[in-house]
Design a protein around this ligand. Structure first.
Ligand code: UD1
Ligand code: CA
Length: 459
């Protein structure tokens, strides 16, 4: 039987105190709703229906082809049962329906698979969790044999029922025909006057359809986000999970609580990641890479034995083996470094190819350039790539030496083993093995008295 997923996200999320819809607040850089949709997609469903109400335009705009869904609009939020019944429209009877929540972002594929499996056995699967603080969540009522009998909402529960520490995550799966039947019988005779999806559990029991409670391995998996404190908790939980998985794969973290991975971080063996580092998008580190404190690495591939010294920002770069970057370097998109390159403090690069062993150790801007092997770029060198309208390239050969404080006005070419004298402004081609001196010759004016010394004290 085909699987149909329904994701509920019509609520207002007023406790976020935000102009952004709750489900678009990010966990590890990704809107929590997108995370739920990505997890749902791993189950290869026939379709996903997304129930929207508050902030629906912004939410719809946020969806891309990768997480496209069939949107169902719930004009008035009459309850979770009402939301699901709207979404069941056009869902074939001979299918399985799985209900997820846009604000329960950390649910795992495994738990959902077990839940769906219960439904495939012609039963009702409901995901629960044993929690330290059940707060105002729905309580799971079990009989003496331990079978689930019903779910009671906190607001409708007796004091005794409120003592129960097994809670309803809200996530459930059932054969669609059965679910549709139960939903049509829902009443609003409860404290909140809503159609409670949770009432289908007691209906299932009454119809002698087996109810399977799938207790989540970890209560954090079913954490629902209602405010920014829970958002921060979910963020930390997720970050910890990622760091732990990487440690198990052979990565050392100075402190796994002080790293942020907002995307995918792939690491070779024996990498060392210091505190307060941020990884964004797709980042691949080779073996023995050191990423020091305060560095941010985004959408880049880093080779083996590379050291990224403190406070270095690397974005959209390909970095070869044994390179040394930073401290305080800024490597911008399109930077491609061969092995053994050194890009030191206060060096900025953009759209550059640096050959093996190129060194730019201090205070330099290299943009729209290609630089041959073993060339040394002196401190303060600037490629003047922009004339106010267009960008132009600087091409430097192998084993060249660019003296300190050189200004290379592009488009310009500097040959192999060429030498540029310190302080030069280079505006035309420098041949192989040539010396370019592009500055006024020094003059020394003897016995020169400065205006201040010329001034007499009595004046
Ligand atoms: C619900 C469950 C409760 C469970 C808790 C877990 C019911 C009646 N109660 O309570 O047992 O412990 O979730 O977090 O189901 N929504 C809609 N349309 C509506 C109402 C809600 O789309 O008409 C969406 C909300 O946007 C939200 C989700 O459904 O994503 C849950 O709704 P909410 O009102 O937060 O339910 P709870 O009271 O938290
Ligand atoms: Ca809720």
């Amino acid at each position: 039987m085909k699987l149909h997923v329904i994701v509920l996200a019509a609520g207002k999320g007023s406790r976020m105190k935000s102009n952004i819809p709750k489900v678009l607040h990010p966990i590890a850089g990704q809107p929590m709703l997108h995370r739920v949709l990505a997890t749902a997609n791993t189950l290869a469903p026939a379709q996903i229906k997304l129930v929207l109400g508050h902030g629906r335009e912004i939410i719809e705009q946020s969806l891309t082809d990768a997480n496209s869904t069939n949107v169902v609009i719930q004009e008035e939020q009459l309850g979770t049962g009402h939301a699901v019944s709207l979404a069941l429209d056009n869902v074939p009877d001979d299918s399985i329906s799985l209900v997820l929540y846009g604000d329960v972002p950390l649910i795992s594929k495994q738990t959902l698979q077990t839940c769906v499996e219960a439904a495939r056995q012609q039963g009702l699967g409901v995901v629960t969790a044993k929690v330290a603080d059940p707060a105002e969540l729905g309580r799971i009522l079990r009989n003496d044999q331990g079978s689930i009998e019903a779910i009671v909402e906190y607001k409708d529960a007796t004091d005794e029922q409120r003592m129960i520490d097994e809670i309803n995550s809200g996530i459930l799966a059932a054969p669609t025909s059965l679910l549709r039947g139960w939903l049509s019988d829902l009443k609003t005779d409860n404290t909140q006057g809503e159609y409670y999806l949770t009432d289908v559990i007691a209906m299932s029991v009454a119809d002698q359809v087996p109810v399977t409670g799938i207790v989540a391995k970890d209560e954090t998996e079913v954490l629902g986000i209602n405010d920014r404190i829970q958002l921060a908790q979910a963020e930390r939980i997720y970050q910890r999970q990622q760091a732990h998985a990487l440690m198990q794969a052979g990565v050392t973290f100075a402190d796994p609580e002080r790293v942020d991975i907002r995307g995918q971080l792939h690491c070779g063996t024996d990498c060392f990641i210091d505190v307060n580092t941020v990884f964004i998008g797709e980042v691949t580190l080779g073996d023995n890479v050191v990423v020091a404190s305060g560095s941010v690495v985004e959408d880049s591939v880093i080779g083996d034995s590379v050291t990224i010294a403190p406070n270095t920002v690397v974005e959209g770069a390909m970095v070869g083996d044994q390179c040394n970057l930073g401290p305080f370097a800024r490597i911008r998109p399109g930077s491609t470094f061969a092995e053994g390159v050194k890009v030191g403090n206060f060096v900025e690069t953009k759209k550059v190819e640096l050959g093996p062993g190129v060194k730019a150790s201090h205070l330099t801007y290299l943009g729209d350039a290609s630089i041959g092997r073993e060339t040394n770029i002196g401190a303060g060198t600037v490629t003047c790539n922009y004339d106010g309208v267009d960008k132009h390239r600087t091409v430097i050969g192998d084993d060249a030496f660019i003296g300190t404080n050189s200004t290379l006005v592009a488009p310009v070419e500097i040959g192999n083993r060429a030498f540029v004298a310190a302080g030069s402004t280079v505006t035309s081609k420098v041949d192989d093995e040539a010396l370019a001196v592009g500055r006024a010759r020094q003059r020394v004016i003897k016995k020169w008295i400065s205006p201040t010394r010329r001034k007499q004290p009595s004046d």
